[in-house]
Design a protein around this ligand. Sequence first.
Ligand SMILES: *Cc1c(COP(=O)(O)O)cnc(C)c1O
Length: 453
Amino acid sequence: MMHDYNEETGRLAQQVLDYARQRTELEPIPTGGTATPERLAELVGETITAGGLGGQEALRVFTEVLAPNCLSVDNPRFLAFVPAAPTEASILFDLVVGSESIYAGSWLEAAGATYAENQALRWLSDLAGLGAEAGGVFVQGGTIGNLSAMVGARGAAAARLERLRRNRPDRWVFLIADTAHSSVPSAAMVMDAEVIHVPTDSSRRLTGPAVAEALAHHGDRVAGVVATAGSTNLGVVDDLRSVGEVCRANEVFFHVDAAYGGAALAAPKARPLFDGIELADSIIIDPHKWLFAPFDSCALLWRDPAQAQAVHAQHADYLSFLDRYGQWNPSDYAIQLSRRARGLPFWFSVAAYGTEAYGESVQATLDITQVAADRIDTAEHLNLLWGPSLSIVVFERKGWEAADYEACTDAMIAEGTGFVTPTRHDGKPVFRFCFVNPRTTAEDVDALIAAMA
Ligand SMILES: *Cc1c(COP(=O)(O)O)cnc(C)c1O
């Protein structure tokens, strides 16, 4: 069974590798599709059987029915939510990571993998300017990254109050803007903490003076401030410098959620937008969003990793042996123990192509965003409402109600034109493009705009 490497396994290996290679080489990438559970039951039936289908049959079911009923978010005409555009190197290396059975929770068990992941983290940390001591870990996604960071923030706030011999609050508070990602209030809920919305300025940015006012009001209840560097809906980067300075002056933990936008640190022309990010106590950046890595991978960085370790390291008799090695145990820096070395596909890709290629590819997506903004501006049936802001534009289709937008998205999926979903802006239904794929062309944009006519 498990280790019976016979002729049939060899055939299966060939088929699996061939399929993965073909999928990586597909040009154009098919849009994929979707189906109801009833339809899939009809097409596939039951796959979990006492005797097993056999690898060949299970693979056939996947490649012929299941995979075509998933959307290919790496398609260059997929501009909904935050799509993905993994490099060939990162996709292929993901297969290697799977084959290695690396337990990437501890240095003892994964020294080589951790060394490589840490170099990839170092690159991101240096782009942000977090300092020589900074470090962290790759977690599953921005949601777990934000939760881990906010738990670290609360730990730091509690330690500070203890040092000052002041009481902990009954309920902790996080100061955020209403542009913060949904995972931030969700993390607060998990922590049974409260979020207080700090008003933003006319450009919808969280600013230092507004944070200072909220701090004066909420004082010792504040566990931390969460700013966003690239809001999900509009691509807004908060005024990180003024917020960071206020946090420093008040000894309050400053977390920057750069899950989507942090990639633009790699583009020299965009870097000034992030001025002040170097003041952060923690940052998250998702390589699976705009840094060309496959799902799933979020870089969580701490300015002071020892502080994070004090909060996150798990202790048990069966784990204490690992501490003898006194090295960097990745699981000490977030909410997780067993972990896939989920930073390795990203590391391999950056190692293979080099950081300049990353900067150029991010810049290419910023350039196509500008092209899209110009096209929308001149299209008679559209109205540009926001952007370009990082790689996001928001616009309305003149005369359409919410149902028209939804019908248009359904038609695009059915016809394989692309994938663009409606969102809301100032209370109105709108369309939004988010570009993370350097292979998206002006022709792709034109095709989508034509589908909205
Ligand atoms: C996507 C996103 C998240 C959540 O990241 P996941 O990887 O989807 O969990 C958090 N913050 C921002 C700003 C995001 O855009």
